[in-house]
Design a protein around this ligand. Structure first.
Ligand code: NAI
Ligand code: MG
Length: 364
């Protein structure tokens, strides 16, 4: 069997960290691989738009749809002013490939909490990625008291159900992966748990439908009902608890905007942006993507931290049936971080992108 991975470095440090992630994928020992890997280089991004007038070329989309099992995306530079004809290729990609959930792990062997203690965090945030306030249906009106603006918030049963489905399935998959680790290396030691985030005490119709639907997914599936615990958290107290006791969460599932805010906040718990991976996931495709942007301030100098991209590659493998390969990457990265000799400047070190990539490959 062969898995075909599309590589879309796009802009800035994307062109440095995606090749680094590819090297790590190529260094994986055959024994942990679910299949042989094949790579296809694909274009997209703002620089491509400036040269060719299109940010997400048709050929790239066609290759992803017909030829690839999944993809790795680097980062795009988005102009701060409005540029006619330009729209973000990653946003287009999510829509075109129906990548309806954004999945972000927040992992730290030892993160400082508000109280100054250091605790293990191993949380996975699943953000519904197609609706909520981000349907961008806003209107401004003139009223008797001056202007007023209205935004529409859409919550559907279908989108809530598939986000919930993904949360419970991933809670079980994470549990199975953790069991492959020695007890001492497991940050989360309890039964799998899903925390459903909402604000249905105020938004009882929209968030009420979200909450009911996600709970319905749990109740309606025997494996979920017996194997996964479920709890609810109002979004405001979610933020409070996440900073006070981040170790209390396993899988967290949230509507689009709450998920956006929670996941950026959670990234602050674990340090540099250069460490935080994500995956855009649908039923039939997955795109791994580091959370950071194109970092023009450090691009082209071989000092970008490749770990977010490397971890995103592992998330991609996890979705493609490569749990053992993904686990090997996560553990290799953890060892390099714990060892502390190969750290890029964002982590206080003096190593290059190449040094860190070499160190991860050596741990494999
Ligand atoms: P950024 O994430 O590119 O950079 C923020 C800061 O973090 C910079 O100081 C940068 O040097 C540092 N940084 C980011 N990734 C790093 C890494 N791997 N290793 C070491 N340091 C790292 O965000 P910024 O500066 O706000 O945006 C730059 C460009 O990226 C903009 O055009 C923005 O629109 C775009 N962007 C794209 C995203 C995406 O592709 N998903 C996400 C965020 C921003
Ligand atoms: Mg965000």
């Amino acid at each position: 069997r062969t898995l075909t991975i599309g590589l879309i470095p796009a802009d800035g440090i994307g062109r440095e960290v995606i090749p680094a992630a590819r090297r790590v994928l190529e260094a994986l020992p055959g024994a942990v691989m679910p299949a042989r890997l094949r790579f296809v280089d694909l274009d997209a991004g703002f620089e491509h738009f400036q040269k060719h007038g299109v940010a997400l070329p048709e050929e790239t989309l066609a290759a992803l749809k017909s030829d690839c099992d999944g993809a790795l995306f680097g980062a795009v530079s988005s102009p701060s002013h409005k540029v006619a004809g330009y729209s973000s290729p990653i946003v287009g990609l999510r829509k075109q490939m129906d990548l309806y959930a954004n999945v972000r792990p927040v992992v730290s062997g030892a993160a400082a909490t508000a109280s100054g203690e250091r605790r293990a965090i191993d949380m996975l945030i699943i953000r519904e990625n197609t609706e909520c306030l981000y349907v961008k249906q806003e209107e401004q009106h003139d009223g008797p008291g001056g202007k007023y603006a209205v935004a529409k918030r859409v919550i559907s049963e279908r989108a809530s159900r598939r986000a919930g489905e993904m949360a419970f399935a991933m809670a079980l998959q994470r549990d199975a992966m953790r069991r492959q680790l020695p007890e001492a290396e497991r940050a989360w030691k309890g039964r799998p748990k899903v925390t459903v985030v909402h604000k249905s005490n105020v938004l009882s119709v929209t968030d009420g439908l979200w909450r009911e639907t996600v709970r319905g997914v749990h109740a309606g599936n025997a494996a979920y009902a017996s194997g996964v615990d479920v709890e609810e958290q109002l979004v405001d107290s979610m933020v409070y608890r996440m900073f006070r006791e981040p170790e209390a969460f396993d899988v967290v599932v949230a509507p689009n905007m709450y998920g956006d805010i929670i996941s950026d906040g959670a990234a602050a718990l674990v340090g540099s942006l250069g460490l935080v991976p994500s995956a855009n996931v649908g039923d039939s495709f997955v795109v791994g993507e580091p959370v950071h942007g194109s970092a023009p301030d450090i691009a082209g100098r071989n000092i970008a931290n490749p770990i977010a991209a490397i971890r995103s590659a592992a998330m991609l493998l996890e979705r493609l049936g490569g749990d053992a390969a993904a686990l090997a990457i996560y553990r290799a990265v953890d060892k390099v971080l714990a060892d502390g000799r190969a750290l890029t400047p964002d982590l206080g070190g003096a190593a290059t992108t190449t040094d860190v990539t070499d160190a991860v490959c050596a741990q494999l």
